[in-house]
Design a protein around this ligand. Structure first.
Ligand SMILES: Cc1ncc(COP(=O)(O)O)c(C=O)c1O
Ligand SMILES: [Zn+2]
Length: 391
């Protein structure tokens, strides 16, 4: 056994409890995302800050606060434990004294989507699922296909036709059934919804499936440990579906209950592309739920999410933390990726690049002070975007 202290699933909106021993998607009463809950009092007896370093060097070191119960169901390619790189040269250019880049490019399939998909596929295996399906902006498909291959689970993936070629090719190499859709990720999601009953697919769309967020939350655990248990003042997250941001926010609450950190929190900041900024627009209007963004268009494929089912969870975290949401243009985010590469030697993805103009603007508006510590993300390897970068 893994030592998982998972107790049940709880609806993030109405609080209804669901049995974690069964296959679940959204809340049966209100249709909102379910979140995994743990017996954290039990977890803190064996999961301690001091003992972490003696554990395996991937995200499975947090076993007590992950859902997989049987070790044999862990489907792993070594995800997590990525570097938090101190970016002094980029920080100096941006007027930001203490800047870090959480560089997720070293994950299996070269993106942070591996974290979520390792958990989703492991849980699918634990619950006896044999076919999974998902819509994807690209990286999630690559990751799901890889873990499904390793688990011997059949994967059905739907991606917009203009998804970066690397994502489409990696997904077909790793054996998934790939369908390219003339439309956006929301249209791909509709294809999954249409086919799933007849085809017997388990829908692993982010936050419609309860465990991808559990993988993504390990970003928060890692950042806390890498900063010696003092969270940064600001976290700037390139936001599509928002799963990483929601996950980190959940991780901070869990770590407080584990006695690892206090009640302080970073200001959480969502960055989106101007051509697809539903969260920015809802934040500005003071709304809790975001409207679907019409005619969504950006070359940052991972940010091309016109409607996120976890919108209220993202917006709640931004507001509770005193953060904000900010939109940057495609030209700015590409330049941001170039800036990361030129100053720090990290060939970043366009989504990661988006963090740079966001920090620059927030510093100039004095919403970030030079004395504050800031974490940005390179969520995938730049090499996956050769077609985007050479357009
Ligand atoms: C490289 C990259 N960055 C960021 C995102 C957005 O992540 P999230 O859905 O957690 O907001 C994605 C999603 O596809 C992505 O592929
Ligand atoms: Zn509910």
């Amino acid at each position: 056994m893994t030592g998982s202290c998972l107790t049940h699933l709880e609806c993030s909106a109405c609080g209804a409890e669901h049995d974690a021993g069964e296959v679940n998607n959204l809340c049966a009463s209100c249709g909102k995302p379910l979140l995994a809950r743990y017996d954290l009092a039990a977890a803190r007896r064996t999961l301690t800050r001091e003992l972490l370093h003696a554990r395996r060097n991937d995200l499975w070191r947090y076993a007590e606060v992950l859902p997989v119960r049987n070790k044999e169901n862990i489907v792993s390619l070594g995800e997590g434990s990525t570097p938090l790189v101190r970016a002094a040269r980029l920080g100096a250019e941006l007027g930001c004294g203490t800047l870090y880049i959480k560089d997720e490019a070293g994950n299996p399939t070269q993106s942070f989507k591996a974290r979520g998909m390792a958990l989703a596929v492991s849980m699918a295996k634990e619950l006896g699922v044999t076919k999974v399906a998902a819509p994807s902006a690209g990286n999630a498909a690559g990751a799901l296909s890889a873990y499904a291959a390793r688990a011997g689970i059949e994967a059905f993936l739907f991606m917009p036709r203009d998804t970066p070629r690397a994502n489409i090719i990696e997904t077909s190499f790793t054996g998934a059934h790939v369908r390219l859709v003339d439309g956006l990720i929301t249209d791909c999601g509709a294809e999954v919804a249409r086919g799933k009953e007849a085809e017997g697919w388990f829908d692993v769309s982010t936050l419609k499936e309860p465990y991808r967020v559990e993988g993504k939350k390990t970003l928060g655990y890692e950042i806390a440990e890498q900063l010696d248990w003092r969270l940064p003042d600001v976290i700037v997250y390139p936001t599509g579906g928002g799963t990483g941001l929601i996950g980190m926010w959940k991780a901070f609450a869990e770590m407080e209950e584990l006695g690892w950190i206090g009640s302080e929190r970073p200001r959480m900041i969502s960055v989106q592309a101007e051509g697809c900024a539903p969260i920015v627009s809802a934040f500005a209007k003071g709304e809790r739920f975001a409207q679907e963004f019409s005619n969504a268009a950006t070359i940052a494929s991972g940010l091309r999410v016109p409607k996120a089912i976890g919108d209220f969870l993202i917006l709640d975290a931004l507001r509770e933390s005193g953060g904000t949401a900010i939109a940057v243009s495609d030209a700015e985010l590409i330049q941001g990726a170039r800036d990361i590469a030129r100053t720090e030697g990290i060939f970043a993805c366009p989504e990661g690049g988006a963090c740079v103009p966001a920090v620059r603007r927030l510093v100039s508006e004095e919403a970030i002070k030079a004395s504050e510590s800031v974490v940005i993300f390179n969520t995938a390897a730049g090499v996956k975007y050769l077609d985007t970068y050479t357009q």
